[in-house]
Design a protein around this ligand. Structure first.
Ligand SMILES: NC(=O)C1=CN([C@@H]2O[C@H](COP(=O)(O)OP(=O)(O)OC[C@H]3O[C@@H](n4cnc5c(N)ncnc54)[C@H](OP(=O)(O)O)[C@@H]3O)[C@@H](O)[C@H]2O)C=CC1
Ligand SMILES: Nc1nc(=O)c2c([nH]1)NC[C@@H]1CN(c3ccc(C(=O)N[C@@H](CCC(=O)O)C(=O)O)cc3)C=[N+]21
Length: 298
């Protein structure tokens, strides 16, 4: 049996279609500012993808680039100016920033109402405490995807591989808020294979190509591969699809959901009424039904 596909591309396309009509029906002109520090080619590619996708739904973008040699204060000033600009509704500061820049200070300069990427300390607290605000785009997009396919989380053993502040850490907190039993693995975890063999839900977000081996994956597990490496390679070995119950493809899984979530948040930050049906990111519901008991063959 091969896994069923958590098709992020198709869900993202539906979200973008609803977004496009909601924006067209409004008098508002949502604008997203992207801040790119340095000249990392991959980061330019991501920002380019976001810009094109934004244009396709009627969201304007303003791309700000800052030299790779910039200090923390210089980047903070750029973000503060965007905070003060009434024509900018959302701000995305592309991660990672150069080593000399204090990423946390830069993120925390973003005003809460403009934090459409969900990266500030305040947004992290809201995600953890379930008190509103914008979710992180990648973790929020993953949760929307799991909800779309009605994957239950309540009571399930979920393992997150990675604990970065924009992805792994908030992902685990969101699943905890949904009553999963969450375990974090990271670079100092000594028994990664064992942890994954025991997991009913695996979120791979380590940034290490094919780190998660196919034969670690439990039968019928839900596998979300957030890794994204050149050549369409994820953090999970492709053979995992032979064992998992559900799996995200790379490409076509988490990536498109991240962008659709970012753009939905941007429209909402501008005041566009994006109905909950098109966006589960603002909705917190309790899981219907009983968690599936996936049989581990160890
Ligand atoms: N598709 C999308 O929309 C997005 C995809 N990504 C992708 O997700 C991946 C992770 O991104 P990001 O969180 O920003 O990355 P970071 O490099 O910031 O964090 C990686 C995390 O993985 C952990 N880790 C690294 N190596 C191992 C290992 N061998 N075993 C266990 N844990 C490990 C690290 O542990 P420690 O804390 O101990 O250092 C760290 O917590 C990347 O491939 C990135 O490209 C990211 C954002 C969006
Ligand atoms: N502050 C911040 N927020 C981010 O959300 C963020 C970031 N920094 N830094 C970099 C990572 C990476 N990232 C991706 C988004 C979409 C795809 C995506 O759509 N990928 C397509 C592939 C498209 C193609 O290959 O042409 C897919 O997976 O199907 C990939 C990667 C967001 N990131």
């Amino acid at each position: 049996m091969t896994a069923q596909i958590l098709d992020g591309s198709s869900v993202a396309t539906q979200m973008l279609a609803s977004l496009r009509s909601a924006i067209a029906d409004s008098v508002l002109h949502p604008t997203l500012a992207t801040v790119l520090v340095g000249d990392d080619p991959a980061s330019h590619t991501y920002v380019g993808m976001k810009t094109r996708r934004a244009a396709s739904v009627g969201i304007a973008t303003r791309a700000v680039t800052v030299p790779a040699s910039a200090s923390t204060d210089e980047v903070v000033q750029v973000v503060a100016a965007l905070d003060a600009d009434p024509y900018v509704h959302g701000i995305l500061v592309q991660h990672p920033l150069p080593a000399q820049v204090d990423e946390r200070r830069v993120f925390d300069t973003i005003a809460d109402r403009k934090d459409v990427d969900g990266v500030t300390s305040a947004s992290f607290a809201s995600m953890s405490l379930n008190t509103g605000g914008f979710r992180g785009c990648t973790p929020g997009g993953i949760l929307t995807l799991l909800d779309h396919f009605e994957i239950p989380l309540t009571g399930r053993r979920a393992v997150v591989v990675g604990r970065s502040p924009i992805l792994g850490l908030p992902m685990g907190m969101l699943m905890l808020a949904r009553d999963a039993t969450v375990t974090y693995c990271h670079s100092r975890t000594s028994d990664l294979a064992h942890q994954i063999r025991d997991a009913e839900v695996v979120i791979a977000a380590a940034g290490s190509p094919q780190l998660v081996k196919a034969d670690w994956v439990a039968r019928d597990a839900v596998v979300v591969d957030a890794g994204y490496h050149p050549g369409g390679i994820g953090d999970v070995e492709p053979g995992a699809a032979e064992r998992a119950g559900w799996i995200t493809p790379v490409p076509g899984g988490v990536g498109p959901m991240t962008i659709a979530t970012l753009l939905t948040h941007t429209a909402r930050a501008a005041g566009v009424d994006v109905t909950p049906a098109t966006d589960a990111t603002s909705r917190v519901r309790s899981d219907a039904g009983v968690p599936g008991s996936s049989s581990n063959d160890r």
